[in-house]
Design a binder for this molecule. Structure first.
Ligand SMILES: [Fe+2]
Length: 142
C-alpha cells in the first residue's frame, strides 16, 4: 500500500481550526528563563503547574518553561509579535539587563534592529541560548 493510500491528502479533509495552545520551553532554570522573557516582553509569570512554569501570551498560547538539567538544551526559535508602541521599551530592557540584541537571526548585526515589512524587529538569546525574536509586523509570505 502506498503512502498516499494510507493517508489522504490534507486538501481532501474538511477545514479545521487548530490553534497552538502551549509548548514546553526547555530551561536549565525555569524561574530564571521565565522571568527573563516576562521582564523583556512585559508579561507575568504564572503560578507553577506541576513541572511547568507558565508564561501566557496574548493569543492564548502558553510557554511552559520546563527544566531539563541532565542534557544540553537544543536552541529553538521563538518569535513574538509585539506592539510597535512597546518595541523600543523592550529593546531598552534588553540593554538594561546587558543582553545584546541583533538585527538578524544569525546574530551578525549586534546592537541593531531591522525594519522588515514596515515594522521593527530584533533578535536576542534567552539564558539558555534560545533564539528569541520580537517583531512588530508579521512576515509577508508569498
Ligand atoms: Fe523568526
Amino acid at each position: 500500500m502506498s503512502h498516499d493510500q494510507q493517508h489522504p491528502h490534507a486538501s481532501d479533509l474538511p477545514a479545521t481550526t487548530v490553534q497552538l495552545n502551549h509548548t514546553a520551553v526547555y530551561a536549565s532554570d525555569r524561574h530564571r528563563s521565565a522571568e527573563f522573557i516576562a521582564l523583556i516582553l512585559g508579561l507575568r509569570v504564572g503560578a507553577p503547574f506541576g513541572p511547568f512554569l507558565p508564561v501566557d501570551l496574548g493569543n492564548g498560547v502558553t510557554l511552559d518553561y520546563y527544566e531539563k538539567r541532565d542534557e544540553p538544551i537544543q536552541s529553538q526559535h521563538y518569535a513574538f509579535l509585539v506592539p510597535e508602541a512597546q518595541f523600543d521599551a523592550m529593546v531598552a530592557r534588553l540593554e538594561a539587563v546587558g543582553v545584546t540584541h541583533y538585527a538578524d537571526p544569525s546574530h551578525t548585526e549586534p546592537g541593531r534592529i531591522n525594519s522588515w515589512f514596515g515594522g521593527h524587529g530584533a533578535y536576542f538569546e534567552d539564558p539558555d541560548g534560545h533564539n528569541m525574536e520580537i517583531m512588530t509586523r508579521p512576515y509577508v509570505r508569498p
